[in-house]
Design a protein around this ligand. Sequence first.
Ligand code: RIB
Ligand code: CA
Length: 316
Amino acid sequence: MKPVILDVDTGLDDACALLLAARHPDLDLKAVTCVGGNVGLEEVVVNTLTVLEAAGRTDVPVGRGAARPLLQPVRSAPHVHGADGLGDLDWPKSTRTADSRHAVELLREVLLEAVSLGEPITLIPLAPMTNIALLLRTYPEAAEGLREIVFMGGAAGIGNATASAEFNIWTDPEAAAIVLGAAGELGVPVTMYGLDVFYDVLITLDEARGLAGSRSAELAGKLIEKRSLLYRSDGASIGDGGAVCAVIDPTGLTTEPFPLRIELSGSWSRGRTIVDTRDWTGDLTSDPYGAAPTVVQVATAVDGRRYADLWLKTVK
Ligand code: RIB
Ligand code: CA
């Protein structure tokens, strides 16, 4: 089993990712940490506990982390996830409480334990990377427990929160810049599962309506139905869930190594992931900035049907 930690801002599609990570037999879900993003931190924690309960995984520790980005105010996305972040579904909320440790302390402890066991962990951030930036700045030694980081965020092409930027990176660009820089310095491999592939793992409405027979399947079906309704389409992508698929079945994802920077200013481009696809190094001789120091595996294509089947089979 591959040990993993998810960092989430649950969120309809974070919920799709949680169900998959909680139930797939090849993954050992060590912990889930929460950050404010799609909704406020308290809603994120309740939603995360609710989804894990539906998956039958009340054993997984859930850490409450940062309520807001490092520099800028919180900006939530009720138009994408509903007022409660979980589509305002008719679904009972968990009454469990989060772990007593702050998310950063929980991450540190689980990662240092992984070092002592010799079993490094794959970290899957699916939200603004505030918690991860705080972790790597406060306890850089914890990076030794990381096998890799596979994050949902950014894009080489399109944006969603703005024309230029994807929501997770746009919400906390400084955190993303810190994480990328630290990963480069500490030698942690990074994969970016961005908007270039995010929409391509599609579940049809028929498939969603066919999900039944367990609490997990029932919730999974409702999540896709709600996303379809919000997007006014006859199906929906599993969104963040695709990044978990990429950890379970990496050969379904095509990636290319590119230097990557985060735009921290710009009139209209703050939060953009600048993917340097130049293939002629001659250009660098006149580039005053030079190549970005961190090279990231950027997802450029995905086998959407294969990942959709993987998700359906697992959440059933
Ligand atoms: O931008 C895609 C991101 O926004 C995902 O992490 C998802 O949670 C959505 O809210
Ligand atoms: Ca998310």
